[in-house]
Design a protein. Structure first.
Lengths: 326, 326
């Protein structure tokens, strides 16, 4: 697939009036921050723009206020332009796809590798750490005015998708963009407090509860933590709130492979796997018909939690033994 | 006090041969990263440079290898130049001060407000987020060559002193400097893994142990966690390893003031206090003859842990009540 230029896409936007934005479902910081920034910038140009959502904005992003975010029907029947934001495929906005394809012109802005092209105009740059970086470039090409709200939204997009500048996708360009946002009113302290210091207390307790029983093996080069339905109940949490536990486990000295086993139902165990440096967890996930990347993968095991633990420990041991013989 | 220019300081360094560097005691990422970067850059110019330490380099910084770091006596009796790095006063290198003042020329490079000038040449910039930023500027002024080791050392200095770009001291300049380091071989992923994913497992367990019994009060706008000698013993940890627990507590939604009570001895309770947004914990610390900043302060209470808890909860309640009446 050949990309269009941001100039071509900018021209389309400048000549349009009614624009609908489609960030992906299970909305995250990059999808929401990118959509809000683009919406506000286009609104400043006098366009009639709305962000169409299919789920509630998570609490840690609710400080990014945007009066033009809607759940449900769009306010007009057909848009001049419909833009998919941070959506690698149509499945990422499945419930809203009819409204998207009703757009006279469709655009896709993304930093994920896409499986198939679905839009008229495409700008997909997998070297961008976040779609927020692409939105920044687009607004620059269009000579849009930046302001504090736009800067905060783009910063939210970038900090969340780069693990606050720690992940390997972070580049020189990431830091140059953020440096520039300071000139237009960025309040990074406020954004960081909202995003990183807004954790439900029950979630902190669940994390403590799970980590105190961590199991280390392979001479401390692997670690396993599990979360049962009972632990969720006792701590008044949901399985979604286990996010972050595996990162704390991986942050332990010497741990190369970390595993989190989530008891979804009695014999349905969802397994998340992470590698720190040299490990390959995609290999492990594949053994159980799962998938993912070398450093982050997952699978589901249909067996008891105890058996799933044994299987995963065995597979990790095998993988790490292989590594040590290279 | 009037600063010298970095050009003046650079000229002194260029005309010297034997140079000793003095990072502060209880060495941290900024002091060590800054010293290593300056040492390596001056070595590349053919100078005979050593970093004098008075304590062991912490494990999370040991990846910054420098063959020129020494504990104990310097390798020559009197240096052409002695440089205090990240030391707000002489007390920060008390044990090594005789060697420092034996230098023919003394220099102070720092980003802390200093109480008294102690060096011949001074460059103190409290707007710098880290002394690492000042070292970067100095090396640029001196036209020093950068390389991957220097870039990694400066990144370590900057990421640790800015809470990985989250603290309010982070500026546009911080991000511009980091962006430039990518051009000279920075491997930020490696540095971040070493610094942030190198936590002792016992420490993670201690943290989990302490946090599971957190106490919330003032309608959830304050939180308290305590660590006893018994908890340290059970988890095979030291009191130094409680660092970070208060940040996790503060990260909880709605918590404005966080307190960590550390039972140093039976009736000696060290109290750490943090405020998130509007709270003033310096006020609270002062009530118990402690001190600190508005957002981070501490004090010591000579009473039982239970009584100390009651006193601190009372003082926090009073402070938060005051806030709500403004």
């Amino acid at each position: 697939m050949e990309n269009n230029t941001l100039k071509e896409i900018g021209s389309q936007l400048l000549s349009a009036n009614r624009i609908l934005l489609f960030p992906h479902m299970q909305i995250d910081g990059d999808a929401y921050g990118s959509a809000v920034a683009l919406c506000l910038a286009l609104r400043n140009l006098g366009k009639e723009v709305y962000v169409l959502l299919e789920d509630e904005v998570p609490a840690f992003l609710s400080f990014l206020t945007c009066d033009f975010c809607l759940e449900g029907e769009p306010p007009f029947d057909s848009a001049d332009i419909a833009i998919a934001i941070d959506c690698s495929d149509v499945g990422r906005f499945e419930k809203r796809k009819d409204w998207y394809f009703k757009g006279n012109v469709t655009i896709c802005l993304d930093h994920h590798m896409t499986t198939g092209v679905f839009a008229d105009f495409n700008y997909i740059d997998s070297s961008a750490a976040a779609t927020g970086e692409i939105i920044y470039d687009l607004l620059k090409v269009m000579n849009c005015d930046f302001n504090a709200e736009i800067a905060n939204a783009l910063y939210a997009a970038i900090t969340t998708d780069t693990g606050n500048f720690r992940y390997s996708n972070t580049t020189k360009r990431t830091h140059l963009i953020v440096a520039d946002l300071y000139d237009t009113g960025l309040d990074h302290t406020k954004v960081c407090v909202e995003i990183y210091e807004n954790v439900r207390r029950e979630r902190v307790k669940l994390s403590a509860d799970a980590l105190k029983d961590m199991q280390l093996f392979c001479d401390g080069s692997a670690g396993l933590v599990s979360v049962t339905q009972k632990m969720l109940e006792v701590n008044h949490t949901s399985m979604e709130e286990t996010e972050g536990i595996i990162d704390t486990l991986k942050s332990i000295e010497g741990i190369e492979i970390a595993a989190l086993l989530k008891e979804k139902e009695k014999e349905i165990i969802k397994v998340s796997l992470r590698a720190k440096s040299y490990g390959n967890v995609a290999n492990i996930a594949q053994k159980f018909h799962g998938g993912g990347h070398i450093k982050a993968a997952g699978c589901t095991i249909h067996d008891s939690l105890d058996n799933a633990k044994k299987m995963i420990i065995g597979a990790i041991e095998e993988e790490l033994m292989k590594g040590s013989s290279i």
